[in-house]
Design a protein around this ligand. Structure first.
Ligand SMILES: [Zn+2]
Length: 134
């Protein structure tokens, strides 16, 4: 488990803007970087086009994986949005978690958007501290 993920404010804002633009549908994407530091956010189309679930478009996901590898980075996190909450990963998110990376939820609560990170292992989620640099 990674206890903390560090990224710049512009990355957090990009995720929030992307999530806002796709609401009420869920949006998703990948965060790439080194160790616990995010260097790039890659958006992937939500093939499910649903307000309550996401399925990454396999072709765009593959392209994103190739970009990450060709740039010498690692996949650090997967994000998706919860335009209508909850602010944590859902039971479905936990059941469908396919990668040992941080799972970031971009959620809307009382009209404001924010991010939380989770590590999913053995059917349980633990919070990962998201450190956003100014
Ligand atoms: Zn979810």
């Amino acid at each position: 488990m990674i206890p903390q993920l560090t990224f710049r404010r512009e990355h957090a804002l990009a995720i929030i803007e992307h999530s806002k633009a796709h609401a009420p549908l869920e949006a998703c994407g990948l965060l790439a970087g080194k160790k616990d530091r995010v260097e790039e956010v890659l958006f992937v189309r939500n093939q499910a086009q649903s307000p309550v679930r996401f399925v990454m478009d396999p072709y765009e996901q593959l392209q994103a994986f190739e970009w990450i590898e060709s740039n010498g980075l690692d996949l650090l996190a997967i994000f998706h949005s919860h335009p209508a909450g909850p602010e944590t990963v859902s039971p479905t998110d936990i059941a469908e978690a396919a990668y040992e990376v941080v799972h970031i939820v971009c959620f809307r609560k009382d009209g404001a958007w924010s991010l939380r990170g989770f590590w999913i292992e053995k059917g349980a989620a633990r919070e990962v501290d998201l450190k956003i640099l100014e």
